[in-house]
Each structure stands twice: as structure tokens, then as C-alpha cells.
Design a protein around this ligand. Structure first.
Ligand SMILES: Cc1ncc(COP(=O)(O)O)c(C=O)c1O
Length: 419
């Protein structure tokens, strides 16, 4: 199955192994639901990005999936990291990633977050608004050092993706619009401001983008804006799409690099070009393993197969209508002739993991079901809705497995309760 992590293999009994570990045994040991990440796959994608864009030019967007182990892994493999909140900054620093390997994002950074980023000494702050500039100037007036900054530009490029994750169009909460002159005004002000040291410009047109032409267009718009500014850095964001369902195809990181770097070269860009991939590094590295709890047939209407997780560990189907596949780890190659709705255990009808899942005919209560390509924006977007405990994350590699995030406990659910 092309959607599985790099080291996925079928064992002689037809069951699935990842990283040399039996997925059925992992589920028995760690319980379900569980996120299983192929460490070799993660490392290979980080290396591919560093190779494609050059050392210091590939920045892992931690919002896709962040825990201490992932932050360290990306850093070990030579990536910089982008963080988009004080919380992400804290987790990356606590993992031992040096501040000067971190870029700080966000369309509404608080004074406290900006103070933290400057005091810790992050490599870049990507300035998103005039209000943020006001805050940076106020912090400078209080004696904080001058941070190196990039201006986030909204290039007016429509990415072909879901509207919630398209960010480069004029009608966006992010960045300084190029079309209405804000981008030029922001850059002028930053150049004159004693509170910031402007080193470059940045754009991010959206996430899960498959069409190379969208990226080439953004590069063209940004190159013509950045050219006369003659700044050392040009960051073209993340956004490379990945295949979630059979038959889908996405460019590789290497191909994406070729499109972007060729476009920049052809446009005469002199700045160093960086990117911020998140999804394309981690999405296909993981599968989520669930256990089936109920199977409900409604003759003439539909079959519902319920598993022990749902929208709390994977909100993407509900948020974006995203598609996934599901199969039996005990019999990876089994034909999947049945159509059913794969749902979670939350108290709402919208709690859907796969709207029209292809499933083996003999799916039964107690079976494990695995959904591939859940490594990005699954664990990181997970919630405690209905007070479900968030699943553990297990890294597998060379026949060994290690939990890098434990399952939450009921005690965790009341840890912040004061009443
Ligand atoms: C500024 C920025 N950079 C990078 C990314 C990562 O995008 P992706 O995970 O699609 O590569 C995002 C995602 O929203 C983003 O907002």
C-alpha cells in the first residue's frame, strides 16, 4: 500500500509491521488508539528537505506534529524549526533545540510571546502586522535587544486547497497585503525602525497544495517584490501536499525543491531561499491504530463502524472533509469490498473519520483498524472532547519501539481543575 510509511512490510502471516515491529503487538502493548510513527521515515524526509534546499534552509513547521522527540529529531537531521506560539517555542526549547535554530510565527503574537522569543534569542521573528510592530517597538523601548525579523507578505496568490488552509490570497488574516500597498509600507517602516533588523521577506500560500504551479507563481510574485529590497533572506513557506487516499499523487520534497529553486534562479533571486515544510515531513510517517467497538447495519441505508477514537485524535475529516483509507493490520492485503462510514465515539453525528470507507467484508467487533497518513495535524490538533484521553505516540525503528508521548490519564483530565 503506497500510503504506508517507508519501512512498512507485510509479515508472513499477512499482518503489518512498521520499523520492524508488529503493529498488532504494538496495539496490544500500548492500547488503542495509538499513533505509530516510523522514525526512519521521519529522518529520511528531514534529510531530503535539507538536501533539496541546503543546510539551514529547510525549516520544519512544528505545528504539523510536535513533541520533544520530534523537535530533537528534526534538529538532529539538520532542520531549523518554525514555531507559531509561545507553547510551541517552549516545547522546542525544552527539547534542547537552540533558540537560534527557531523561527517564530503567528498572526497575533502577544507581548509576552514576543518578549519570550526575543529574550531567548530566536533566529527570526516573522512579523505579521502593524500592531505587532507597535509591540516590538514598545519592547525595544523597555530595553530588549533588537531581533532579526522577516516581513510576512500576503502575495495575493490563490492556492488550490481547502479555504481554511489557504493563506496567500488577499482576503486573509495573515501578513501584509501586497496588493493594497501594506507590504511596501511595512517594509519601509521596518527598515526605519530602530526596534527591528529586517533581514528578509516571507510568504506561505497555504497547506496541502498539490500544484507546483501555485508555488512557482508565489515565487514569481515574491521575487519581484523582494528583488529591489536586496535582503539576504526569502522564505517561501510550507504547504506541499501529500497523498491521503489511494490514487492521489503529490510531488516529492525533492521535486518541490526543484520547482521552487529553478523558479527563483530563473527570476534572478539573490537572497537565500528557505522553506517551511510540515505535512510533507511527518504525514505519511504515521498510522493511527484503533479498535472496532460497534458495527451497526441499517439495511438499505448504511453501515456504521465505530472505533475507540474519532474527531478528538483526527479532526481533519470534520474540518476539511479530508479523505483517509482504513485497513486491517492483521491482514493488510485483504480485499475491501464493503462500504461503511467509519466513525468515532464522540457524542455527535459529525464525528466521522471516513465518510465512505472501503473495508474488508469481515470487519468485526474487536478488530484493529489502521488509518495511514495521520502523522500531520492529527496528534497536534487532538483535543479532549468528551474528556477522551489523548492517545500515546510510539516511535518505531529497527525492530525497537519507544513511547515518546504517553497516553493521557483521567488524572490528567482534572490536572487544571481548581474547583
Ligand atoms: C507560516 C507557515 N509555514 C509553514 C506551514 C506548514 O505547512 P505544511 O504543513 O502544509 O507544510 C504553515 C502551515 O499552516 C504555515 O502557516
Amino acid at each position: 500500500m503506497g500510503l504506508l510509511p517507508d519501512t512498512a512490510a507485510v509479515l508472513p502471516d499477512g499482518s503489518l509491521s512498521i520499523g520492524g515491529c508488529s503493529v498488532v503487538e504494538l496495539a496490544a502493548q500500548y492500547g488503542t488508539p495509538v499513533f505509530v510513527y516510523d522514525e526512519a521515515h521521519l529522518r529520511a524526509r528531514c534529510r531530503e528537505a535539507v538536501e533539496a534546499f541546503g543546510p539551514g534552509r529547510a525549516v520544519y513547521a512544528t505545528k504539523a506534529f510536535l513533541c520533544g522527540a520530534m523537535a530533537r529529531l528534526a534538529h538532529e537531521e539538520g532542520m531549523m524549526l518554525d514555531v507559531a506560539s509561545g507553547g510551541e517555542l517552549y516545547v522546542a526549547l525544552r527539547a534542547g533545540v537552540p533558540a537560534d535554530a527557531l523561527a517564530f510565527h503567528g498572526n497575533n503574537k502577544s507581548v509576552a510571546e514576543l518578549r519570550m522569543a526575543i529574550t531567548e534569542g530566536v533566529r527570526h521573528i516573522i512579523v505579521d502586522s502593524f500592531d505587532e510592530l507597535d509591540r516590538l517597538e514598545a519592547l525595544h523601548a523597555q530595553g530588549l535587544p533588537v531581533p532579526k525579523v522577516l516581513a510576512r507578505i500576503t502575495p495575493g496568490v490563490h492556492a488550490h486547497t481547502h479555504e481554511f488552509i489557504a493563506t496567500g490570497q488577499d482576503d486573509s488574516k495573515f501578513g501584509f497585503n501586497l496588493g493594497n500597498g501594506d507590504a511596501h509600507r511595512a517594509v519601509d517602516r521596518m527598515r526605519r525602525s530602530p526596534a527591528v533588523h529586517l533581514v528578509g521577506v516571507h510568504c506561505h500560500i497555504g497547506s496541502n497544495v498539490f500544484e507546483a504551479s501555485n508555488f512557482a507563481k508565489a515565487a514569481e510574485v515574491m521575487a519581484s517584490f523582494a528583488g529591489p529590497l536586496d535582503l539576504p533572506e526569502l522564505v517561501l513557506g510550507g504547504g506541499l501536499g501529500v497523498a491521503y487516499v489511494e490514487g492521489e499523487e503529490a510531488p516529492s520534497i525533492t521535486q518541490w525543491g526543484n520547482v521552487l529553486l529553478d523558479a527563483c534562479q530563473a527570476l534572478g533571486v539573490r537572497s537565500a531561499v528557505s522553506v517551511e515544510p510540515g505535512r510533507s515531513i511527518v504525514a505519511a510517517a504515521a498510522v493511527t491504530v484503533y479498535e472496532v467497538g460497534t458495527v451497526k447495519h441499517i439495511p438499505g441505508l448504511r453501515t456504521y463502524v465505530s472505533v475507540d477514537g474519532g474527531m478528538s485524535d483526527n479532526p481533519r475529516p470534520v474540518l476539511y472533509g479530508s479523505g483517509y483509507e482504513a485497513f486491517l493490520p492483521r491482514d493488510v492485503g485483504a480485499a475491501r469490498p464493503c462500504r461503511a462510514r467509519l466513525v468515532g465515539k464522540h457524542c455527535e453525528s459529525g464525528d466521522v473519520l471516513i465518510f465512505d470507507a472501503a473495508l474488508p467484508a469481515d470487519v468485526r467487533v474487536g478488530d484493529l483498524l489502521a488509518t495511514p497518513v495521520t502523522g500531520a495535524y492529527g496528534h497536534s490538533m487532538a483535543s479532549n472532547y468528551n474528556k477522551l484521553t489523548r492517545p500515546p505516540v510510539v516511535f518505531v525503528s529497527d525492530g525497537a519501539h519507544r513511547p515518546v508521548v504517553r497516553r493521557e490519564t483521567y488524572e490528567d483530565l482534572v490536572r487544571c481543575d481548581l474547583g
